[in-house]
Design a protein around this ligand. Sequence first.
Ligand code: SAH
Length: 216
Amino acid sequence: MRRRRTTQDALLAAARRAGVSDERVLAAVAAVPREHFVPPGAESEAALDRPIVIGSGQTTSQPSLIASMLAALELTGTERVLEIGTGFGYQTALLAQLAAEVYSIERIASLADRAREHLAACGIEGVEVVVGDGTRGLPEAAPFDAVVISAAAREVPSALASQVTDGGRVVAPVGPSGAQTVVRYTVRDGRLQDARRLTAVRFVPLIADDDTTGRG
Ligand code: SAH
C-alpha cells in the first residue's frame, strides 16, 4: 500500500511538472496504480516518469506524456472514447476514470490479454479491449467523441475522422520516425481540422495489417 501511494504521488508530481492542469486527469493519475500495468520485475520502475519495455517490441509510454495527451482530449466524463494501441492498459485505465465508455484496440493479442487482466485486477470496468488493426478505427462502436492514438504514423489514418462526432478530438503522434509530434485535431464535417502541435515525441510505430514494410 505504501509503495503504491508513493508511485502515484511521484507520477502526479511528474504530470504537474509537464504542465498538466486538468484536475480530472490529475485525479486519474492519482487513482491508477501504474505498478499493476508493467511486467513482473519492473514494479520498482513504475514510479519513474519513463517508458517501460512491456515485451513484443513495445513500451508503455512516459506517464507525464500520457497525462498531457489525455488532457488534450478535454474529456468531461460523458464521452465515448477510442484508444488505439492498448499495450499493457495503463492509459486505458486512466481513460476509464475520465470518460463514460472506453474502447481500446490492440493488434497484438497477448498484450490485449495482459491489459484485460491488469484492468480486471484493478476493478476497472466500462472498458472493452478489442484485438485488431486500429488504423481502421472501430466502425462497429463508432461514433466516438474522442480518439487517442498511442503509436506513431506519418499521418492520422484516413478511416478515423468519419468515426468521430462533430467537434470531437483526435490526439495522435504524427510525422516521420525521428520527427514525430503529438498533434491535437478537432473533427468538423468529418474532417480533421484545427491541428494544434503539442510536443515532440518518439513513439513505437502504428502498424497496419496490410503494411508490407513492417514499420508502420
Ligand atoms: N497506451 C499504451 C501504449 C502502448 S505502446 C500505454 O499505456 O503506454 C503502443 C501500442 O500500439 C503497442 O502495444 C502496439 O502493439 C500497438 N499498435 C501498433 N499498431 C497498432 C494498430 N494498427 N492497431 C492497434 N494497436 C497497434
